[in-house]
Design a protein around this ligand. Sequence first.
Ligand code: ADP
Ligand code: MG
Length: 350
Amino acid sequence: MIKRLSKWLSCDIGVDLGTANTLVYVENRGIVVNEPSVVAVNLKTDRVVAVGAQAKQMLGRTPSHIKAVRPLVDGVISDYEITEEMMRYLLSKALSGKKTIFGPRVLVGVPSGITNVEIRAVRDATRSAGAREVHIVEEPMATAIGIRLPVKDPVGNMVIDLGGGTSDIAVISLGGVVQSKNLRVAGDQLNQDIINYVRSEFKILIGEKTAESVKIAIGSLIPAEEPLEAVIKGRDLVTGLPREVIITDADIREAIAQSIDSIIESTKEVVEITPPEILSDIMQRGIYLSGGGALIKGLPEILQEHIMIPVQVADDPLSAVVRGTGIILENLEKYREVLIENEDELPSKK
Ligand code: ADP
Ligand code: MG
């Protein structure tokens, strides 16, 4: 009865605080926010002026007193006020229209590489933003739960979450992460690789948005039957004037080859130190890819060729983490052991 009453008076919210995109799940309603993780701050007043899509529009276009930042990438998540403002915005958007007498219970998924100080900032800021109860889960775990892998069973599961700022490679069994590796090579790095390549090959300067859109439009790790082409516009480095060139899938492949290699190498390293019983489970069950980076064409095939383990992309890879937070919230007692309840006790975080 009390449980039912407090359920009625409160509400469960799951937040995927990604380096590129932030998603919010609300119980009974599903995913209600899906926006870029960008915050615009007025440096004169120190106030947040926009969050999400509206702030992303401002990236690279702000007057000198407004700064648009990606809090997780720029490492300012320890900037308590920005985090709190962002949380306040997300919670109010998530709760719009719903009356809660107690604040909501919030589960936040954080990239596995972030520091203790950052986790504490997220926890405190979420509470200050009005949460009654705050729980934290590392993203590879949330992803695995989101794609409904049996993380609590005595079987090995392997996931690779390829986000914007970081790639998380994790082996999970019995409710815990058995082996993992977090690298700062992911979607953003691929964009940067394309910018660098275009600068050195074509002597043109392009912006990050242009690089990302050609990556998504024609990027493929295996040659297409018909070569793919895209027109890109940038500034000629010699004349300083605008110029267009045609770029192909082969160019993109060459541009991002080194970064893709480092993702393959890191995956190999994790596989090499995974205990044999768990590895044999993974060979049978395969590796699951999630996050936006999983959508690069040909990635499962290339990984499979190098690692000799079947690889598949999870359904709706961009929302796996936030779906995982929803499943955890619905079964909080069952999943309590997968949460980071006290960051100081985490040996890997010291
Ligand atoms: P995060 O969890 O760090 O917020 P996401 O999982 O939201 O990151 O993934 C964002 C990244 O995925 C970006 O770098 C974006 O360019 C990339 N991405 C999204 N869709 C595609 C696609 N179709 N092909 C290649 N990369 C993609
Ligand atoms: Mg993510």
